[in-house]
Design a protein around this ligand. Structure first.
Ligand code: ADP
Ligand code: MG
Length: 327
């Protein structure tokens, strides 16, 4: 649905986007994750035909953003970082205005307005002035204008920034609801956002794509092994540690202290080994009690730091990401 190849955008003083390539398949929700200044907005502005690329190409539904901008715009709904709202307009009036800009009119437009108002949960504020709306409602009106022409693709630039926690949850739910019908790219600099909303993540840093993958794959690729937290009672910590070291497939056992008479450990497997069943068996066979056996997964934050903290790591994972994307 979206194809970007070697996309580069240079400003006089900055390379905002530096040779990035990725694809987004129909129906996917993709998170575009990166710190402020990484190049997210610039990429989105190229995809929505607001900015021409310096080099490379971008295609939406098979149409080139430079050569066929009208076709692209017809298929894209865009929610910029600051929604393009007119405070002096009423919500209904504003949606009519946007719909007309998109070439809609008459009863078709009226019924579509009703539909999107319902979808975006703004039907109860239709006669209100936009200036009187809360930030959460404004964001939903922004989403309503983005989908009014029923585009295949939605491009949402930091859709939850500046909202309070309740509004963030509502907006996320709304985005997930919209996902069934639209292909979505949303940008964020907030890590849990991607984990909770997206299937795939594109990590961008200083204009370069440092990883493209599912959240789960990113985690396992970086770790390459299984890590578990273990809590045991019934024996001294040293004795338990010795037993854990003897379990097949275990590479490292780190003591994490003792709490409420339970010895705690972080155990890492050799690459590719599943150690949880063996650990459980060893503890039980020794006659001890197993209180905890849980996965210690990387948070997206740790992944992000690993990927962006060294250029070597970034280069390696870009190659891996491109391989993963090649199919
Ligand atoms: N119109 C512009 N002129 C010059 N530099 C710009 C312009 N817009 C963005 N930049 C620069 O490009 C880089 C990427 O910005 P942006 O795409 O807005 O990042 P993000 O959305 O990830 O925060 C930043 O260094 C920013 O300062
Ligand atoms: Mg931005």
């Amino acid at each position: 649905m979206i194809r970007v190849e070697g996309l580069t955008k240079r400003y006089p003083r900055t390379v905002a986007v530096d040779d990035i390539s990725f694809t987004v398949n129909k129906g996917e929700i993709v998170g575009f994750l990166g710190p402020n200044g990484a190049g997210k907005t610039t990429t989105m502005r190229v995809l929505t035909c607001f900015l021409p690329p310096t080099e490379g190409m971008a295609e939406v539904a098979g149409y080139d953003v430079v050569k066929q901008p009208m076709e692209v715009k017809r298929r894209i709904g865009y929610l910029p970082e600051t929604p393009p709202l007119y405070p002096e307009m009423e919500v209904r009036e504003y949606l009519q205005f946007v719909g007309r800009l998109k070439g809609m009119s008459g009863t078709a437009l009226a019924s579509r307005i009703q539909e999107v108002a319902k979808r975006c949960h703004v039907d109860d504020v239709m006669p209100k002035l936009i200036s009187k709306l809360s930030k959460g409602y404004r964001q939903r009106v922004g989403l309503a204008q983005a989908i009014i022409h029923n585009p295949d693709v939605l491009i949402l630039d930091e859709p939850t920034s500046g909202l309070d926690p309740k509004q963030i949850l509502e907006t996320r739910d709304l985005i997930k609801e919209l996902a069934g019908e639209h292909t979505i790219i949303l940008s964020t600099h907030i890590l849990p956002e991607v984990e909770q909303t997206c299937q795939k993540v594109l990590i961008i840093n200083k204009g370069r794509l440092v990883a493209t993958d599912t959240v789960e794959n990113l985690t396992s690729r970086l770790r390459g092994s299984d890590a578990v937290g273990v809590e045991v009672s019934g024996a001294g910590a040293a004795e338990v540690e010795g037993a854990l070291n003897g379990v097949a497939g275990v590479a490292v056992v780190k003591s994490a202290g003792t709490k409420n008479g339970r010895a705690r450990f972080e155990v890492e497997s050799r690459p590719g080994e599943q150690i949880r069943p063996e650990i459980a068996r060893a503890v039980v066979q020794a006659g001890w009690q197993l209180h905890e056996l849980h996965s210690l997964s990387f948070s997206l934050e740790e992944i992000f730091l690993q990927l962006t903290s060294s250029d070597a790591a970034a280069a390696g994972s870009t190659q891996a990401a491109e391989k993963g994307e090649a199919q």
